[in-house]
Design a protein around this ligand. Structure first.
Ligand code: GDP
Ligand code: MG
Length: 144
């Protein structure tokens, strides 16, 4: 029994989700969290905070040469955001599917961005895109 239990627990993954400032301003927090809960994803940590510029510049460092980088940083630091650690089997891939395509005009109806977002950069949510980035982002946003 204990070996089986251990093996099940070991398969659990964690991902970092951010409800971005437009999601908080538009009072979509409850609706978004409800989707994750209904899907069976476990909220391990959740905190509201206004994200600092250096943190966001680091988080989006891979986009620093894009023409929209400054706009993206201003947007992400424009007000309170909700940072969340979700846990479940295959949670990284599941949440990426639930949030939908980056560009809201390409996001399928039924996804969070497809139902709530209009364009970029204001696309309501962030979620880690791989096991490696999830580990880095959880440490970055929760300093653990
Ligand atoms: P994600 O992983 O789906 O969030 O997409 P990316 O990692 O490629 O981009 C990070 C964030 O930058 C997106 O979620 C948007 O908020 C923003 N972004 C991406 N592409 C564009 C763009 O073409 N124009 C603008 N203004 N913002 C963008
Ligand atoms: Mg990304």
């Amino acid at each position: 029994f204990w070996l089986k239990f251990y093996e099940e627990v070991r398969k659990l993954e964690q991902t970092l989700v951010i409800i971005k400032p437009d999601g908080v301003r538009r009072k979509l927090v409850g609706k978004i969290i409800q989707r994750f809960e209904e899907r069976g994803l476990i909220i391990k940590k959740m905190q509201q905070k206004t994200l600092e510029q250096p943190l966001i510049r680091e988080h989006y460092a891979h986009l620093k040469d894009k023409p929209f980088f400054d706009e993206l940083v201003d947007y992400m630091t424009s007000g309170p955001a909700i940072v969340i650690i979700l846990e479940q089997k295959n949670v990284i891939q599941i949440v990426r599917k639930m949030i939908g395509a980056t560009n809201a005009s390409e996001a399928e109806p039924g996804t969070i961005r497809g139902d709530f977002a209009i364009g970029t950069p204001e696309n309501v949510v962030h979620a880690s895109d791989s096991l490696e980035s999830a580990e880095i982002e959880i440490r970055r946003f929760f300093s653990i």
